[in-house]
Design a protein around this ligand. Structure first.
Ligand code: HEC
Ligand code: HEC
Length: 427
């Protein structure tokens, strides 16, 4: 008996707690330095191996002697489209070619330094060049520039108070040509008053209209069916999949990512470990750039660390404390079974069980048959709601037209729904 007890008490090395520096260091080392671990992390992260998103990655990623591992590593030279560049363009100067690479090539020394590097990737790593943006900034002469400024503002190409355009960069492209490009910040940051909120969806950005303006002004040909689809997206939505299905999706808020069990609205990616997000970002950068080069993995890891660090601005409380408390109790009773983690997110559930438009869930590109239960943070500032941005307010979300939409909460009396809204809007 004593011997058994002694055996139990023998010192065992406890696993470091999730998200602690040693835990992150081990996850980082596996992702950066162990191809077999990368391949295993990819396979574990794909919810539906049969959709085109998964098949493409299974065919190309972490294959060793074939596929994307053979691509040259690209450490881009880029700089913000800031006031100096914009003024230079207006004065007829060519785009200045940036000289310094984004990354100095040394692995950051601590978690804060990884996050700081990730911030630079978020704002400066060009996903790709953009003809619509290039066309706008080719304007010369006072009248054309005034028109450009109005168009840029109307399309959601926001200008920060320092005169820069967050999400737009000048960069030396892979072929050596200097171009205007877009970065993560274009869709995933937005101006509120004088501040730039990073991680919130740029709900005013109209990618479809930006493209159409280019085709209209230059006469460059476009398939009329595609033009009609682009016109139908509207601001804050884009069909980012590459199939012919009509399934535009709302730009999501990037809050509470650590806790999320699934990434993307259709839950395309199982988020069991940070490598799942790093691989998503590595393959997004690689694919968006035309699969000519791949980003240094250090930059993909840094970007993931930066995304995990993002938090919503604190909400202004709605209603009185007693009403919010009642709303919280109603939430536990009617909603928590799905919205079950602390951020309010949860599992990916069959689209038919939820009642919202199933097109994206069933799409060939990223479909899984499901929608993930989204985190409920910063809600007051993130209307419209649902994967397709189809619901304008929380009141409308809890009172959908019969037979359509998120079907939970609609049966509750109006006073209960008001209490739920006070609770939700204060999160
Ligand atoms: C043109 C706009 C656009 C750009 C640029 C863009 N995204 Fe997104 N992002 C989206 C949309 C739309 C979705 C929703 C996709 C889906 O759910 O299928 C999304 C989804 C995501 C998600 C999943 C979030 C969730 O809710 O699970 C992450 C993480 C993300 N983006 C990070 C990035 C990063 C990092 C970059 C830069 C490398 C980037 N995005 C560039 C539009 C964009
Ligand atoms: C059966 C599971 C389930 C239940 C129960 C449930 N939800 Fe949801 N909820 C979901 C899913 C899945 C989505 C995403 C659907 C989509 O985007 O098409 C969602 C979306 C939402 C959204 C939109 C968030 C956003 O950012 O767009 C809110 C708000 C919400 N639910 C609140 C509630 C409230 C309040 C209740 C209780 C009255 C509730 N939910 C009950 C599964 C559920």
């Amino acid at each position: 008996m004593l011997a058994v007890l002694a055996g139990c008490a023998a010192p065992r090395r406890a696993a470091p707690p999730p998200w602690s520096p040693p835990w992150l260091a081990a996850a980082r080392a596996a992702y950066l330095d162990d191809p077999a671990a990368r391949r295993a992390a990819l396979v574990a992260s794909l919810t539906n191996p049969r959709n085109t998103y998964s098949r493409h990655r299974l065919g190309e990623y972490a294959r060793g002697d074939v596929g994307w591992d053979l691509l040259p590593v690209w450490n881009p030279r880029a700089r913000a489209l800031d006031r100096a560049v914009v003024d230079g363009l207006a004065a007829g100067q060519p785009l200045p070619t940036p000289t310094a690479p984004l990354w100095d090539g040394a692995r950051p020394a601590d978690d804060a330094a990884w996050i700081a590097l990730g911030r630079r990737v978020f704002f400066e790593y060009p996903l790709r060049d953009d003809v619509g943006v290039a066309h706008l900034f080719a304007a010369r002469g006072a009248a054309a520039i005034a028109a450009r400024d109005a168009t840029a503002e109307a399309l959601g190409l926001e200008r920060a108070v320092d005169g820069s355009y967050p999400g737009l960069v000048v960069f030396a492209d892979v072929d050596g040509v200097t171009r205007l490009g877009i970065t993560c910040a274009l869709c995933h940051s937005a101006r509120r008053g004088a501040t730039l909120v990073v991680g919130t969806a740029r709900r005013r950005f109209d990618l479809g209209a930006l493209r159409l303006a280019y085709h209209r002004d230059t006469g460059a040909p476009i398939d009329p069916a595609l033009a009609a689809r682009m016109a139908s997206w509207g601001p804050g939505r884009a069909d980012v999949t590459e199939d012919d299905d009509e399934d535009p999706v709302a730009i999501p808020e990037l809050w509470g990512l650590r806790e999320r069990r699934y990434l993307t609205q259709a839950g395309t990616i199982r988020h069991g470990a940070p490598a799942a997000l790093a691989i998503r970002q590595e393959t997004q950068l690689l694919h968006a750039g035309g699969e000519r080069v791949r980003p240094p993995r250090e930059l993909a890891w840094a970007l993931a660390m930066y995304l995990y660090s993002l938090t919503p601005p604190p909400p202004a409380p709605v209603g009185d404390p007693a009403e919010r408390a009642r709303g919280a109790a109603l939430f536990d009773q009617h909603c928590r079974r799905c919205h079950r983690d602390p951020a309010g997110g949860g599992d990916a559930l069959p689209a038919a069980q939820i009642g919202t438009d199933p097109a994206l869930a069933n799409g060939r590109a990223r479909g899984t048959g499901r929608y993930r239960t989204p985190a409920l943070l910063g809600l007051a500032a993130s209307a419209p709601y649902l994967h397709d941005g189809s619901v304008a307010s929380l009141a409308e979300l809890l009172a959908p037209p019969p037979g359509r939409g998120h079907r939970f909460g609609a049966h509750l009396p109006p006073a209960d729904r008001a209490a739920l809204i006070a609770f939700l809007a204060s999160r």
